[in-house]
Design a protein around this ligand. Structure first.
Ligand code: NAD
Length: 455
């Protein structure tokens, strides 16, 4: 056993004794992990592993590789390497294929030495006590279990949005993160985008009067569903399909279930409602100052779902929620639509990252020193690393990610149950995180997991 491992065990013990809310400092890096980042003292480097290195996972991994006080020591993916990924992402990704072997090569090339470990099973990473932090970029049905296990093992966590597959999963993740006192960042990177921060500060400082309405627009499904008479396909070499499914029900393999397109299957995701919604609903929560709570009413405004086939998520999203402060929030499939804030004295829109407003003067408005200033981060990955080192809360902590993802789940529940007025609205209690007028809706807050997996 080397000294770094002993140090980490001591660190973990300290954290456990210190209890909830304490955040441990990074410990010594294993000597085997020393690479290019030689100018940074080993004691200040954070050892890091990427779980899920598909499209976004590789992006996240590259972002952490570029931090010179981070040492990526391991990657994990149930896919060895896939050309399915290759042609889907080729242009944007230097022609690299995705999966654990290409990811390992990217890491080894980056450090100009071999040494990155590559695993199929994320539990091999969880059990290593020489790893400080993990990035979880698996499909949504595979966020909760690795996050909870990582938290229990004292690892800091960057986890992609949408945080969870269900409200119950999200709450369990928050509890674990808080109980074991680890630093957590949700991958809602608009929290680290000054354009969105500025708009939220304008709204919070009353520049459009009293906020009345928030409109969020999301893109349509961007992949055609396979034909209705789709046939199962042989599982490709190099893919551990049983592990890909994990806690989801067993079903025969088809390529359009898995890479990227898992987004369109309700067993793995909430569709664009959660995939894209998680970003904009998160900004809505930020502007409305409701980061640690949520709306009290949800209703369907005419969502559409496919009648049958492999893709099961909404083809048209449209729901409305209402907060206790009277603010109305809508989410609608409208690829060219804006994110819009309406107040008693004006409005602000963001479309394609560009802001317009009424009055126009808001666009050049300055937030004064005595006004409300929101959490400032301009780089989501860097913010995570800085917060580990400084023992402080990130731009998008677990509770915040959970609350915005919950709204997407609750919208999905209202749309699935076609809950419309009159008399059809779902009433939500954000304190107890239960509906007060529908047992059927409450049953949709959690899901059974396929054995042996459980929260
Ligand atoms: N923040 C953003 O802007 C953003 C953008 C894209 C995706 N995402 C999120 O990232 C996550 C992944 O999306 P993607 O587009 O990269 O999907 P993807 O299908 O391209 O990649 C997921 C990867 O996870 C792997 N995987 C599946 N089960 C695994 C397991 N048990 N252990 C290890 N690896 C496993 C898959 O083999 C695949 O390589 C999703 O939650 C998605 O919402 C976020």
């Amino acid at each position: 056993m080397n000294t770094s491992r002993i140090s980490r065990r001591r660190f973990l013990k300290r954290s456990a004794v210190a209890g909830a809310g304490s955040i441990g400092l990074p410990y010594l890096v294993a000597s085997s992990a020393l690479g290019k980042a030689g100018s940074i003292a080993p004691s200040n480097r954070i050892t890091f592993a990427s779980i899920g290195v598909g499209g976004m996972g590789a992006n996240n991994m590259r972002a952490f590789l570029s931090q010179n006080d981070v040492q990526v020591v391991a990657v994990c993916d149930v896919e060895e390497a896939s050309d399915e990924y290759g042609h889907w992402y080729k242009k944007g990704w230097d022609g690299a294929w995705f999966g654990r072997e290409p990811a390992r090569k990217i890491v080894d090339d980056h450090y100009s030495q071999k040494g990155c470990d590559a695993y199929i099973d994320f539990r091999n990473i969880i059990e290593r006590d020489d790893i400080d932090a993990v990035c979880v970029t698996t499909p949504d049905h595979w966020h909760a279990i690795p996050v909870i296990m990582a938290a229990k093992s004292g690892k800091h966590i960057y986890c992609e949005k949408p945080l969870s597959l269900t409200v119950a999963e999200g709450r369990a993740m928050v509890k674990a993160v808080e109980r074991y006192g680890v630093v957590f960042q949700t991958g809602t990177q608009r929290r680290s985008d000054e354009r969105f921060r500025f708009v939220c500060e304008l709204v919070r400082n009353g520049r459009i009067g009293r906020l009345k309405r928030i409109v969020t627009s999301i893109g349509a499904n961007n992949k055609e569903a396979p034909a209705k008479d789709w046939k199962p396909m042989p599982v490709p070499d190099g893919l551990d399909y049983d592990m890909w499914l994990g806690p989801a029900p067993w079903v025969p393999y088809h390529k359009d279930r898995c890479l990227y397109t898992f987004r369109f299957g309700l067993d793995y995701s909430g569709g664009q409602t959660t995939n894209l919604g998680a970003h904009f609903i998160d900004v809505a929560q930020w502007a409305n100052d409701t980061d640690r709570t949520g709306p009290i009413e949800f209703e369907d405004l005419g969502a559409e779902y496919p009648a049958d086939g492999l893709f099961t998520t909404a083809t048209k999203v449209h729901y409305r929620a209402r907060y206790a402060n009277g603010v109305e929030l809508t989410c609608e499939t409208d690829p060219n639509g804006p994110m819009r804030f309406e107040g008693t004295e004006g409005w602000i829109e963001i479309r394609g990252g560009k802001m317009t407003s009424q009055p126009k003067s808001l666009e050049t408005s300055v937030i004064g020193p005595n006004e409300i200033h929101l959490y400032k981060s301009n780089d989501h990955h860097r913010n995570f690393v800085d917060c580990i080192k400084a023992n402080r809360e990130t731009a998008a902590p677990a509770e915040v990610g959970h609350r915005s993802t919950s709204i997407c789940h609750l919208g999905n529940i209202a749309m699935t149950l076609k809950r419309k007025p009159p008399g059809g609205k779902l009433h939500w209690n954000p304190e107890t995180e239960r509906f007060t007028n529908s047992d059927q809706a409450n049953q949709m807050l959690a899901r059974a997991m396929r054995s042996p997996w459980h929260l």
